[in-house]
Design a protein around this ligand. Structure first.
Ligand code: N01
Length: 582
């Protein structure tokens, strides 16, 4: 009996060292991948560096952390029962609630028995003879798997700038992306926040409520739109859930992978008065959909100037001190960097104990024992919060020594910028997959939708490989090159490629400047993935398959095979039309 039970657990991947698949990370991507692998009967082991599931939402516990995609859409869509049984409490869910949701999913689908927590994968090496991956962890595990699936997240490797004198500072230094689990009480403290991206925008108003003095060090002023967050009533939830499948379907057809009303008219075709009214209405709705006020805002500089000027006027009307207001007014393209969504961010600067220090031209010089020095002035501080973001898209891969065929390392191959076919796989690394990797819509779409689409595609791919007896799959070099070129080309159509954002790796010194996510739009990308699959994994080389011409069986990707009207007017569709998909 005991031997039977052990054999069953080994087959499932709950114990042992030999698996069909190893998944790195137990965020939303890792959890859903595990569920699908298990559904296909594969043995799978997940390694997770954190002490629990949730990924981003496990680590980013800074004050005010919440999602800025509306809760009803920032959740898994694969299970109608799950959709119906979970109740979000607010329009934009706070981090603890999203983490509870992740835990609920783990429990509901009984995922934990395959996940090893507090264990970081440090190396993955391809054994060419065995055609298997050998995976090592920081706790001494050594396991092998046919497939190695990187569910490591796009924004998971914190950027900790190496300021001079860091070790001299007597107080604590926190990073928003690695926040202490017990929380931090800043009551009565003089706090410095470095950075003004999404994490800073969310945490600054809350920290200001506790701190006796708050100093914000701003390198680039940020565009932010009010969230107008609110509690969701039982009535709202009932109505929304009654129509949930329709909402999910609409979301899948949108370039961002989530639904919001979108005005297709070009801004420049409207009169100044019409634009003002439209922007006022969109501002009153708030959030990321503000960018949907007109169809050409991210494509025509003159159109973008109109929304930028409107938003600057809003900042000036909120912030009372004119010098601070001017410092807070960005001078770059509106929405070029990731648009922020806030609750009381600009208002915070009206508080007497909050000040803004411009470090754009005079950077932070050093940390001292008692604070931070800029331009010869020391700002006294008891604690510092680095809201300095992440080594986006590739940072989490760089933390693992990934070695493919002929000793090729992934970080070596990607030194001049990431290269991956569809953001799913990379030449030289057979049977290694990435979920929402560079070259896929990922961070430009609602992450959970992007994750689900990738996982479903991978599940069908791996299922097909088993069906036909294939031993390995790897992109063909010319297809990978063509895709990487296409991703670059399509990015140039958008104004988003014009500023120093983390999308292009420009937030950190020394990183190559390459537009990493695919900006052609989620539906366009999904259609391409579907075509690749229908064509028997076009652009991939499958080895060891005597029956490689068999049509792949659609197990999980069916729900992504919806007819898509590429003419759905949207920024991304415009881009995709100008630069046809390869
Ligand atoms: O990081 P960021 P984040 N000296 O890179 C500044 C997602 N997210 O953690 O702009 C001084 O945006 C840097 O300045 P600059 C979302 O996709 C989502 O805030 O590079 N300053 C910038 O101001 C988001 O975009 C949610 O000139 C330095 C800031 O630090 C992404 O995560 C919530 C510096 C970093 O901003 C990252 O957001 C939070 C230096 N040496 C995050 N180095 C929601 O869903 C960096 N900076 C709501």
């Amino acid at each position: 009996m005991l031997a039977d039970a052990t054999a069953r657990r080994e087959r499932a991947g709950e114990v042992g060292t030999v698996f069909d698949a190893v998944v790195v990370g137990a965020g939303f991507a890792g959890m859903y991948m595990l569920l699908r692998l298990r559904g296909l009967g594969f043995s799978a082991r997940v390694f997770e560096a954190g002490g629990g599931v949730g990924g981003t939402w496990y680590w980013n516990r800074y004050p005010g952390a919440r999602c800025d995609v509306e809760s009803m859409q920032y959740s898994f869509s694969f299970s109608e029962e799950l959709d119906q049984e979970w109740n979000w409490s607010e329009k934009y869910a706070p981090q603890p609630e999203i983490l509870s949701y992740a835990n609920h999913v783990a429990d509901r689908f009984d995922l934990r028995r395959h996940i090893v927590f507090d264990t970081r994968v440090i190396a993955a090496t391809f054994d060419e003879k065995a055609k298997r991956w050998s995976i090592e962890t920081d706790r001494g595990d050594r396991v092998t798997a046919k497939f190695c699936i990187m569910a490591v997240g796009c924004l998971s490797a914190p950027n900790r700038p190496s300021f001079k004198g860091l070790e001299d500072f007597r107080g604590p230094i926190y990073h928003t992306g690695e926040w202490p689990h017990q929380g931090v009480d800043f009551t009565g403290m003089r706090v410095g926040v470095i950075g003004t991206g999404s994490s800073a925008i969310q945490s600054i108003p809350i920290i200001a409520q506790q701190a006796s003095a708050l100093t914000v060090f701003q390198r680039t002023a940020t565009w932010s739109v009010p969230a107008w967050n609110e509690k969701l009533t039982a009535e709202y939830l009932r109505a929304a859930k009654a129509d949930y499948p329709a909402l999910r379907a609409k979301a899948r057809s949108r370039p961002t992978g989530f639904y919001f009303p979108f005005n297709t008219q070009p801004a420049l075709e409207a009169s100044a008065q019409e634009r003002e009214a439209q922007y006022e209405q969109a501002w009153a709705r708030g959030g990321l959909p503000f960018l949907g006020a007109y169809g050409d805002l991210l494509f025509e500089k003159a159109a973008n100037d109109t929304i930028a000027e409107f938003a600057r006027r809003k900042i000036r009307s909120i912030v009372k001190d004119p010098v601070t207001a001017e410092l807070l007014c960005p001078d770059n393209v509106f929405g070029c960097k990731r648009l922020c969504v806030d609750t009381g961010y600009f208002e915070t600067y009206n508080l007497p104990h909050v000040r803004l220090v411009d470090v754009s031209r005079t950077p932070i010089e050093r940390f001292t024992a008692d604070g931070i020095e800029v331009g010869g002035v020391e700002y006294p501080l008891d604690a510092v919060v680095c809201a300095t973001g992440f080594a986006a898209m590739t940072g989490s891969f760089d933390k693992i020594r990934i070695t493919g065929r002929n000793g090729l390392t992934l970080s070596g191959k990607w030194r001049a910028g990431p290269r991956a076919y569809l953001g799913i796989a990379s030449v030289g690394f057979p049977n290694l997959f990435m979920i929402t990797g560079p070259g896929s819509p990922s961070v430009l779409a609602s992450m959970i939708q992007a994750i689900e689409q990738h996982v479903d595609w991978l599940a069908d791919c791996i299922g097909h490989m088993r069906d036909i007896g294939a031993t390995s799959i790897e992109p063909a070099l010319e297809d990978e090159d063509a895709w990487v070129e296409h991703v670059n080309e399509v990015s140039t159509v958008s104004l988003r490629s014009t500023c120093s954002s983390w999308y292009v790796g420009a937030n950190m010194p020394g990183r190559p400047r390459v537009f990493m996510p695919y900006i052609g739009g989620f539906p366009v990308y999904v259609q391409k993935c579907n075509e690749v699959m229908s064509g028997g994994f076009d652009g991939f080389v499958l080895e060891g398959a005597p029956d490689s011409n068999a049509a792949p069986r659609v197990r999980y990707t069916g729900r992504w095979r919806v007819p898509i009207d590429i003419d759905v007017i949207s920024p991304a569709a415009v881009a995709a039309k100008r630069v046809p998909v390869v």
